[in-house]
Design a protein around this ligand. Structure first.
Ligand code: FES
Length: 322
């Protein structure tokens, strides 16, 4: 995979905490093509990557457009992008755009539900669905009109096929998921992108939909603190041995394997810290893992683990190939 050098052509403040970045090829040439739902991985420093979805018209090889929410409590990638990056700067992406969140273009109709910054891949999907003449509708959930990124562009692209849900900060006043997802039409597919709370609630409301028709992408930014607290329920400390470096440590209940690796100065690539981007994949030599990622398939889970979120099954020691 080859890195690509991009130049920042424009930056705009879309909301008080979301900025749009327009990126062009640093050498003035064409960029690799891409599909709706794709993301790019900025190589922010030697070990830190951050994944951001593309929001412009799929297949645009003149420019990539993304939007980034400034996360006060995040791993630093969004603060770097907001505070350190200016128009004219050069940025590196680790490889051409990749797509873990594709449209099923054979579907009869498409329901899209986006929360906050989760609009980015859904906007690119809107362009594609409009071009296809597809039957589609977007439900876009934000706090208020002022905090709605790409408001005018979304209206242009989706036209009558969008409903805005502004909850004023209280989800109880927001989208009525049971109404929106009550009945699945024949051949209908659902695409969810946004905060963990919204994704989980929508998946619950769509639990009667066919599994293969529900697609979702979590945003790292979306991981609510209380989600994190809940996720430690029932967890136990476990032992990890890093075969190559000869380091052994115990992962406590409130920390992840990757955090312990950092404490022991073991380098591992990462981006989302939420189990979906795939960057922190490490070889699993032995031990039964409690896989909590959304990235690996069943076959891969025999031999790999995403160390940002996954843990060991009770009583197991994990031996990792690093
Ligand atoms: S950092 Fe993204 S899956 Fe672990």
């Amino acid at each position: 995979m080859s890195q690509i050098k991009l130049k920042v052509a424009d930056i705009q403040e879309l909301t008080p905490n979301i900025k749009m970045f327009e990126l062009k090829s640093a050498d003035g040439g064409h960029l690799p093509s891409w599909e709706a739902g794709s993301h790019i991985d900025f190589q922010i420093d030697e070990h830190l990557r951050r994944s951001y979805s593309l929001a412009n018209k799929p297949g645009d090889t003149e420019r990539y457009v993304t939007a980034i929410l400034r996360e006060e409590n995040g791993g630093g990638g969004s603060k770097y992008m907001h505070d350190q990056v200016s128009i004219g700067d050069e940025l590196i992406i680790a490889e051409p755009p990749t797509n873990h969140f594709p449209l099923d273009e054979k579907a009869n109709s498409h329901v899209l539900i986006g929360g906050g910054i989760g609009i980015t891949p859904l906007l690119s999907m809107g362009y594609r669905l409009k071009d296809m003449g597809a039957n589609f509708h977007l439900h876009y959930c934000t706090k208020s009109a002022e905090e709605t990124a790409f408001y005018d562009e979304v209206k242009d692209v989706f036209g009558d096929n969008v409903t805005f849900h502004h909850d004023g900060g209280d989800p109880a006043n927001g989208i009525k998921l049971d109404d929106v997802l009550g009945a699945q039409e024949d051949g209908q597919h659902l695409y969810l992108c946004g905060p963990g709370g919204l994704i989980n609630a929508a998946r619950e409301a769509a639990s009667h939909w066919r599994d293969s028709s529900v697609h979702f992408e979590l945003f790292a930014s979306a991981k609510a603190d209380d989600d994190k607290a809940d996720s430690t329920d029932g967890d136990q400390p476990f032992e990890v041995e890093l075969k190559e470096t000869g380091i052994t440590f115990t992962v406590p209940v409130d920390k992840s394997i990757i955090e312990l690796m950092w404490e022991h100065n073991v380098d591992v690539m990462y981006a989302c810290e939420d189990g979906w981007c795939g960057n922190c994949k490490v070889g699993l030599i032995s031990g039964k893992a409690d896989h909590r990622d959304e990235f690996l398939d069943d076959g891969d889970r025999e031999n790999f683990i995403q160390v940002c979120v996954s843990r060991a099954m009770p009583g197991e020691k994990l031996v990792l190939d690093i």
